[in-house]
Design a protein around this ligand. Structure first.
Ligand SMILES: Cc1cc2nc3c(=O)[nH]c(=O)nc-3n(C[C@H](O)[C@H](O)[C@H](O)COP(=O)(O)O)c2cc1C
Length: 184
């Protein structure tokens, strides 16, 4: 049974994340973002992974500044992200703290968003508001609604369920991302 080195496991995790961002058609782009709500309950939703910085171990996604997730992160910035990469038989669990920036300070990002995609940041009334009928909302894209969530990772847990042998490893920022094998 061939197992990767810690260095190879780390590199594979970042290669999967890079693949998720680089390929517009890859299902890997759609990851699950977890926050904690005001009742301390976990909240999950699909989001698109937009960018990463492997050196800094940060990732970011775009969202609507008025969304529930942004309000939740404003009260508790603990965040986790889950991704299953079936071609690699690898699960990634990435946890850390979120930082939010929005509006004109992130105009550089807004400028990269095509017009039809900007609609995602202009639903009126705001996302999650009760409406009388399914169509009782409209689209008014506005840079003020545009937010970037930066995930500053502190913990990466990788599980591989390969037939060649299962393995699991965790990397902690507080250990300088040294890495430790875990029982899978
Ligand atoms: C395939 C898919 C991709 C999505 N991508 C995003 C995204 O990149 N950003 C985002 O804010 N919401 C995205 N959504 C919508 C969220 O899953 C969610 O419904 C919305 O953001 C409201 O979540 P909240 O109420 O927890 O804030 C996506 C939904 C799907 C089904």
């Amino acid at each position: 049974m061939t197992k990767p080195t810690l260095t190879a496991a780390w590199a594979q995790a970042w290669a999967i994340l890079q693949q998720a961002i680089a390929d517009d058609r890859s299902p890997l782009r759609f990851v699950t973002l977890a926050t904690v709500d005001a009742n301390h309950a976990p909240q999950l939703r699909s989001v698109v992974l937009r960018e990463l910085d492997a050196e800094a171990a940060t990732l970011y996604i775009f969202t609507d500044a008025r969304s529930h997730k942004v309000a939740e992160l404003g009260k508790n910035n603990a965040v986790s992200l889950h991704l299953w990469a079936p071609d690699h038989l690898i699960q990634l669990r990435l946890s850390g703290q979120a930082q939010i920036s929005s509006g004109t300070p992130i105009r550089d990002h807004w400028d990269t968003v095509p017009d039809h995609m900007r609609e995602a940041y202009g639903h009126v009334p705001s996302p999650g508001t009760k409406i009388a009928t399914p169509d009782a909302w409209e689209v008014r894209p506005d840079i003020q609604n545009f937010a970037k969530i930066t995930l500053i990772l502190s913990h990466i847990d990788i599980v591989c369920l390969s037939r060649d042998g299962h393995w699991r490893v965790e990397f902690l920022r507080e250990n300088n991302w040294k890495g430790d094998w875990l029982s899978p």
